[in-house]
Write a protein that binds this ligand. Structure first.
Ligand SMILES: Nc1ncnc2c1ncn2[C@@H]1O[C@H](COP(=O)(O)OP(=O)(O)OP(=O)(O)O)[C@@H](O)[C@H]1O
Ligand SMILES: [Mg+2]
Length: 355
């Protein structure tokens, strides 16, 4: 078990600044996801940690000691990539044993450790198969066993589920979490799928153009995003430009919105009168009687039955459009005038930062 500290990594490809001071940490046994859109620097960060690429600046520490100048094989990190192809002419056993051979582990011990690793990913009995005789999910599990067999200090996974269909993705996702927790291996996990990051991670680093926009638990990131970019990337969110009026007794703000004034908590450092962004997750909004006190009048534009809920889009008097989830048992229909109630426990005020 190892703690990893990434300090101020920078990396340029020609004129592209791919990493602009990435600082991150994974404590012992923690799974940390790097989440962000295509091109934000996730793979570059992971390749620098793995040692496949030299950063231009910054440092990578394992238990306080720098590994930045060590070659990949001396870091003892296990790697699983999206297209980290297995050797096609080697059997499952030989693929998994490969890293042990390189490390000159005696044959008898290789057999025990390969059996152990295959049991962890539930692939016993497939030792003699060739990769082409395995499903995509099984191949990714072999890749995971191959990374685990060397008993790495750190596991690095770059979109390991990207090539799998939705059902397999879910299955292998839970297997990865289970194996990682049972073996208590520290791990970095790259994904651009927010649901995957939320489900798997102890902490998430949301990346934005080569920097870490926010690094916190899934709950914190979802409920208290540091900026609108993070709110949008971590689930559905209504983001509304507002100007907070003054402070509430509880340390939040009074925010004029839709003809009412909402008491809302928010990010430190916002000042009354500043341009700011109000986040209302769909669950912050509900439909009520138009005559109810503090109800905001709204027109229902659309409603889609999702089974557990009715996904609705409404517009306010000023044309502002909002999304919310209503009860599937209600009678909400397009064209209806309704009242909107805001549960300010699910509202959050953020600074107005360029996206
Ligand atoms: N070998 C390279 N040469 C030049 N530019 C590169 C190279 N690799 C990556 N880049 C650029 O560096 C930036 C970060 O790329 P990176 O692969 O780290 O992104 P990513 O977050 O992993 O994206 P994706 O989700 O698409 O995998 C991008 O602008 C990309 O175009
Ligand atoms: Mg990538």
């Amino acid at each position: 078990m190892t703690q990893i500290d990434i300090i101020g990594l920078t990396k340029r490809y020609g004129t592209t600044l791919a990493l602009d001071g990435v600082t991150l940490q994974a404590r012992e046994g923690e799974l940390v996801s790097l989440l962000g859109p295509s091109g934000c620097g996730k793979t570059t960060t992971l390749r620098c940690i793995a040692g496949f690429m030299d950063p231009d600046g910054g440092d990578i520490l394992a238990d306080g000691a720098s590994v930045t100048d060590l070659p990949p094989q001396r870091r003892d990190f296990g790697v699983v990539f999206q297209n980290y192809a297995l050797f096609p002419h080697l059997t499952v056993f030989e693929n998994v044993a490969y890293g042990l051979g390189v490390r000159r582990v005696p044959k008898a011990e290789q057999r025990t450790r390969v059996a152990e690793a295959l049991a962890m990913v539930r692939l016993q009995g497939l030792e003699d198969r060739l990769p082409r005789a395995l499903s995509g999910g099984q191949q990714q599990r072999v890749a995971l066993a191959r990374a685990l067999v060397i008993r790495p200090r750190l596991l690095l996974l770059d979109e390991p589920l990207a090539n799998l269909d939705a059902r397999l993705r879910e299955e292998v996702r839970w297997l990865i979490r289970d194996v990682q927790q049972r073996a208590r291996i520290t791990a970095f996990y790259v994904t651009h799928d927010q649901a995957e990051a939320m489900a798997l991670s102890d902490r998430i680093a949301v990346m934005k153009a080569g920097r870490v926009a926010q690094f916190a638990t899934p709950r914190e990131i979802y409920q208290r995003p540091a900026e609108a970019y993070v709110a949008r990337f971590t689930g559905e969110a209504n983001i509304i430009p507002v100007r907070p009026r003054d402070r509430t007794a509880g340390g939040g703000f009074h925010v004029p919105f839709g003809g009412v004034v909402l008491p809302v908590s928010g990010v430190e450092g916002i000042r009354p009168g500043d341009a700011a962004m109000l986040m209302l997750r769909p669950e912050a909004l509900s439909i009520t009687d138009p005559g109810a006190p503090d109800a905001i009048p709204a027109l229902v534009l659309g409603a889609a039955f999702l089974g557990a809920a009715l996904a609705c889009e409404v517009s306010l008097a000023d044309g502002m459009r909002l999304r919310l989830q209503a009860s599937p048992h209600g009678t909400v229909q397009p064209g209806m005038t309704v009242g909107l109630a805001v549960d300010t426990a699910h509202a959050w005020l953020m600074p107005d930062i360029p996206q």
